[in-house]
Design a protein around this ligand. Structure first.
Ligand code: TYF
Ligand code: FE
Length: 376
């Protein structure tokens, strides 16, 4: 059986005990949030939205909230040594702490997930300001990563209570990034199914696609992956684990440098990948590259597509086709010194899959980078 076949979604009428409305925000714990916010604004085209820190009465941290279309990123740094944020940065470097999910009822979401075995991170808490109230709760997932559930139906402030609008005179134009398509976690040896079961048991997710080491082991970089999705498909969490190969798996490299499981990549959707990637490259973002031969075989492999091949080749954008359509995707190099978090830029033209046809070229490209770092 083709292990990458897309499995059917559960019947539509099946009761979803955990309705999720989408990604609410992604929060990064970083060593210097002021500079990180500047980087994400400048290079990725985010705009300033809100701020919390000493000036707004929050003493232990500074948090900068950035927005671009439906994307919200929070960059948080510790103000003093020794707190949980400082310890997180010390242990992992810059990385994703929170994958926040927009829900209708944060108390019920907490109750249902904890009842099913999730480990509590934040007991339901009501936060109020002049714009109304927000209820938040949270559970742990892999490593030190957490999900925060955000109920904001009675709120119309800029972000969350405690944050003030951040008026900035520096507002680079958007690069066309739209929303989070999927967030991928790397977990330890033989832990993939533990986390697949976690999302299925505690949050009612189903397994959309699986890739085994035969689909995706190149010369060296073996891994296994299963994509978990919620009922309405708005939240998709692939889970990777390392597999034994000729040399060190790219997932093992991540685990070594991050100091355990964590978020490997965030895939961000665009409606015009040629425009978006052109802008990102112009602003200094570096992407993985594939050999020129990739584009010589492209038409034969994916058939007719709307885009001209030349700009795709010049920018290094990859294409893959499935039963329902095709997709265009490209991967940044790591976004910090450690070979940990990176972004994927993706434009879906009907395809609901993850680019299996590109795995060989992509993983060979990752291995070239791994070799340059001396980690292969
Ligand atoms: O999310 C995915 O499955 C694709 C492919 O280390 C992928 O983006 C999988 C593993 C990986 C890099 C990309
Ligand atoms: Fe991806």
């Amino acid at each position: 059986m083709n292990s990458a076949a897309v499995k059917p979604t559960p019947a539509q009428d099946e009761q979803d005990f955990l309705p999720l409305l989408g990604t609410d925000y992604v929060e990064f714990y970083v060593g210097n949030a002021k500079q990180a916010a500047h980087f994400y604004k400048t290079a990725f085209g985010f705009q300033s939205l809100a701020y919390a820190g000493p000036e707004t009465g929050v003493k232990d941290r500074a948090s900068y909230v950035l927005v671009q279309n439906k994307l919200r990123f929070v960059l948080t740094t510790p103000m003093r040594p020794g707190n949980d944020i400082a310890r997180h940065v010390d242990d992992h470097g810059d990385g994703v702490k929170v994958l926040a999910i927009w829900v209708d009822d944060a108390r019920k979401t907490f109750e249902e997930t904890v009842k099913r075995g999730a480990n509590p991170y934040l007991e339901p808490v009501v936060e109020k300001d002049e714009f109304g109230e927000v209820v938040r709760s949270g559970i742990y997932t892999y490593g030190e990563t957490v999900h925060i559930f955000v109920e904001r139906k009675n709120y119309n402030g800029p972000f969350l209570p405690g944050y003030k609008t951040w008026e900035s005179k520096y507002n680079p134009t958007s690069t066309g990034l739209q929303y989070v398509d999927h967030c991928v976690g790397n977990v330890g040896w033989n832990e993939m199914n533990t986390w697949v079961d976690f999302y299925s048991r505690t949050m009612g997710f189903h397994n959309l696609v699986s890739f085994d080491d035969k689909d995706i082991s190149t010369e060296y970089s073996a891994l296994m992956s299963k994509v978990m999705s919620n009922g309405n498909g708005r939240i998709k969490f692939p889970i990777n684990e390392p597999a034994e190969g000729k040399k060190k798996s790219q997932i093992e490299e991540y685990l070594d440098f991050y100091g355990g499981p964590g978020v490997q990549h965030i895939a961000i959707a665009t409606n015009d990948i040629v425009h978006t990637v052109g802008e990102l490259q112009h602003r200094g973002i570096e992407f993985l590259t594939v050999p020129a031969s990739y584009y010589e075989d492209l038409s034969a492999r994916v058939g007719d597509i709307d885009e001209d091949i030349a700009p795709l080749r010049d920018l290094g954008i990859l294409v893959d086709r499935d039963e329902e359509g095709y997709l265009l995707q490209i991967f940044t190099k790591p976004l910090q010194d450690k070979p940990t978090l990176f972004f994927e830029i993706i434009q879906r033209k009907g395809a609901k899959s993850f680019g299996k046809g590109n795995f060989k070229a992509l993983f060979e490209s990752i291995e070239r980078e791994q070799a340059l770092r001396g980690n292969l």
